[in-house]
Design a protein around this ligand. Structure first.
Ligand SMILES: Nc1ncnc2c1ncn2[C@@H]1O[C@H](COP(=O)(O)OP(=O)(O)OP(=O)(O)O)[C@@H](O)[C@H]1O
Ligand SMILES: [Mg+2]
Length: 410
């Protein structure tokens, strides 16, 4: 039986049950990976599209094992001081002010300025001691007396330099602070890294981790998740809704609906007291699950067929006989999904939204696009193709020792 805190799961089934008690529905592949994390003390790297439960898994694991959750949220430009530690400058300053008199005494009879500086220098270790060390999540996880779960969220957003720092830390489960010494973990943390695949992670990091690709769930599991959230939507409707969301994921959307959006949609429909799902009510509420203007139009076009595969949808667009082709998409009622991805449609959309090009430039392939199984053709992002950054050969061999050696100014 699982012993809270430091213990181990006895079986994969026990993982399923323990996570289930925390409201996280795991299939056997996921549970087996978590079981191995638990047994092998290896970090777990979870990759997958947005909203499939990557972050939630780390939270559920922490609750299920009774461990404290520490979270490092990664972002572009983040440096190691936000991940490892920094010197608490404010506290150092406060102490020097309070101790002004004492410091004055130390240098009072120094004959020259140089002597005075030397004397202050001799006291440096007082101010660069553990007392003034502000731990950030990585060091905190290593120093913690209690075992913890360390969530390194959206690691693909961090720069490669930080990735190297992570590698070093995860390899040894220790952190060196030159002025203080080396901290080594008492109990290795369970480490969960998540990635939306906005860039390739280094092979070295992947090699170090157990890898789990979390895709959109099967209909069965998604229904189970929706049920577990007690949305208030009758079961039969929830089942139908899950099928419709899965249909939407087959469209070439810029951003496919995630599990959390299915849950939100179920809640929305429940609040509205819907008793049957029809294209009208789904169209009226579709913005709960698709968030881009063009996606909304595609979804609305497809909904009648998703609700009732035999539904006939009026022809429009090329077939309406005006003979002048495109150019007025916005006035047209939505076209069926199968009609909506011609290159020219894209051009029209570029025109109708000046900010789209800016957003599209930020959307790297993989984040919302063609990396994931259920959208094999890739999202019609309107984005110019962006080549993923090349991984330099020296990646992973870089040491963060140099950075650590730097003494922060008092
Ligand atoms: N297996 C699951 N069991 C229960 N709830 C789940 C499960 N998977 C996803 N969810 C629900 O989906 C929501 C979104 O999950 P989460 O925030 O973990 O997604 P994510 O994969 O981290 O997305 P992002 O990449 O955008 O951060 C959760 O709050 C939870 O309600
Ligand atoms: Mg997340």
């Amino acid at each position: 039986m699982f012993e809270s805190g430091t213990g181990q799961f006895d079986s994969v089934d026990e993982v399923v049950d323990a996570l289930g008690e925390q409201g996280y529905i795991a299939d056997s592949r996921l549970a087996t990976t978590v079981f191995l994390v638990n047994r092998l003390d290896k970090p777990l790297l979870i990759e997958g599209p947005a909203g499939v439960g990557k972050t939630e898994l780390a939270k559920a694991l922490a609750k299920a094992t009774g461990r404290r959750l520490l979270r490092l949220q990664c972002y572009e430009g983040q440096d190691e001081t936000k991940a490892l530690y920094e010197w608490d400058y404010g506290k150092q300053l406060l102490y020097t002010q309070i101790l002004r008199e004492k410091i004055g005494q130390v240098v009072a009879d120094a004959p020259t300025l140089e002597d005075a500086v030397d004397r202050i220098g001799a006291q440096e270790s007082v101010f660069f001691s553990e007392r003034f060390l502000a731990s950030r999540p990585l060091l905190e996880a290593i120093r913690s007396d209690e075992p913890v779960v360390l969530l390194i969220d959206e690691v693909d957003r961090a720069d490669e330099a930080l990735e190297a720092v992570l590698l070093e830390t995860l390899a040894e489960y220790q952190v060196s602070v030159p002025e203080v010494g080396t901290f080594t973990t008492k109990t290795p943390p369970y480490v969960v890294l998540t990635s939306n695949n906005t860039r390739d992670l280094s092979a070295a990091l992947k090699r170090r981790c157990l890898h789990l690709f979390l895709d959109y769930p099967t209909a069965e599991r998604e229904l189970e998740i929706v049920r577990s959230k007690k949305t208030g939507l009758p079961d039969a409707l929830a089942e139908q809704l899950v099928g419709i969301v899965r249909g939407l994921r087959q469209l070439e959307l810029r951003k496919s609906p995630s599990i959390s959006e299915t849950i939100d949609w179920a809640r929305t429909l429940a609040v509205l007291g819907v008793e049957e799902l029809n294209a009208t009510i789904l169209s009226d509420t579709v913005s709960v699950v698709v968030k881009y203007d063009k996606d909304v139009r595609k979804a609305i076009g497809a909904l009648p067929t998703l609700v009732d595969p035999n539904a006939t949808v009026p022809e429009k667009g090329h077939g309406h006989g005006h003979g002048h082709g495109h150019g007025h998409d916005d006035q047209d009622p939505p076209a069926p999904a199968s009609r909506q991805s011609s290159p020219r449609d894209d051009d029209d959309d570029e025109d109708d939204d000046g900010g789209r090009a800016v957003r599209a430039a930020k959307d790297t392939p993989g984040r919302f696009g063609n990396t994931y199984g259920s959208n094999p053709l890739g999202g019609d992002t309107g984005a110019k193709p962006i080549t993923p950054p090349k991984v330099p050969a020296e990646r992973g061999t870089r040491s963060f020792g140099a950075g650590l050696g730097r003494k922060r100014a008092l």
